[in-house]
Design a protein around this ligand. Sequence first.
Ligand SMILES: [Fe+2]
Ligand SMILES: [Fe+2]
Length: 497
Amino acid sequence: MDRHRSLRMTLLLAVGAAGCSSSKGRDIAVVELPPAAPADDAAPSSEEPDASAPARRAGWITDPDGSVHRATASRCDATNDQPSCRGTEKLQLCKADADCKEGPHGKCVTAVGQVGTYCGCEYSCETDADCGASSACVCKGTGALRETHSVCAQARCMTDVDCPESTCGLSAYHNGCGEQVMLACRTADDTCRSDADCGRQGDTGLACAALDVDGGYVRWQCLGRTCAIGRPLMVEGAPRAAPAAARDDWRAPAPLDAASLAFLAPDLRELAAAHYAAMAALEHASIASFARFSLQLLALGAPADLVGEAHRSALDEMEHARLAYGIASRLAGRSIGPGPLLEAAAAPLAAGVAEVVDALVEEGCVGEALGAAEARELARIAADPALAAALARIAADEERHAAFAWRALAWLLATFGEPARAAADRAFSRAAARFEIDPAPVPAAHEPLGLLPAHAIGALRREVLAEVVAPCRAALLDASHDTARPGAPPAQQGRPS
Ligand SMILES: [Fe+2]
Ligand SMILES: [Fe+2]
């Protein structure tokens, strides 16, 4: 069954290529990377104060390319720099460190989540003995680790001696929503060795990380942001969103069935509320993303209909945010809305053609196409009619936004020629590589509430990449290649044809 035919036809129509056929079965595009550098299995040396030599820090060795491996087990600092619970937080899962008894070095910390401020337990470690089987204590401040404390990480190797032909590398990968930490041997099949291998041509937001690719086999590859769908507000390679706040003015009525809600376990209901609050925050950030895009279109001399569509899309995103905050509030039993989106004022307004094309492809042409398909699938499985209706509304709008993105890209290619086409080609390859992997696991999968497991979202995304994005990309870029004019006008002089 060709379940993405409608979305594909919508996007092909947007680029004026509705007669093109599906490329179902065609391989999806992937980032082409140079072969992985041979593993550095030379004995570390601290004798030479040479900038090209590895740096050693309590058992952890940082190679000149920035990659980190574990030579020996070491003792870590077990303190946690996150502030302690103040007692004024909205949700208090703990009140004092003594409440954190599930492991050693527990601390009751204050934090801000999508459902507001809360207190929760975090557990640090000093040695591997503080962690469970097949886990290692990764010291805070090591490599790219962002956590404010040392963390127990899944360990496919404990130290370099477990990797006779390579090293035991530290993978600390932030997918945009959370951090995944792992120790794994480097292998000959790796497609990258350090983040620098993933950032050719000024790309940002990709990291070289270990990924369990099949049945426990781990390979290092370039990974990108995977947790946001729709049109994110990207700043410095990561999606940004406002923290949650207690307010009523951003919530639309959400008449979810009271009897069904009453049967939900309280923790599942709270997790579902957090999921929809996070989704609402991303929709809220999409308003800023479209605002930025409208300014970029103006700077590039875009036609009126594209500028107008950007503003209409921003208003759609306002409604999506209101719908999702309404659902989150209903599930949580309290009012949830957005706090200040500080990054809205800090988001860089890049108006060069290549930068605009780059963001448009990832956020719009690919991101919104995936978002449309995902929202449609969630609307199909949601049990509550009001929830299904809200998701169906979002799906229809996202499909229109995706079509708008493809139409805007067609205009950019027709107006600016080869530089725009080359930027689009690179951006499609990068976006395909980012989204073809499963997102981070969701805390609770519950299809009647529209919470899909990560593997199902990953499979859906791969389908859309292959059956929708790839044929539309081919139709648009092949056509633009045929008509591309060398020496396209500079951005300031470009006008729609
Ligand atoms: Fe949206
Ligand atoms: Fe959208």
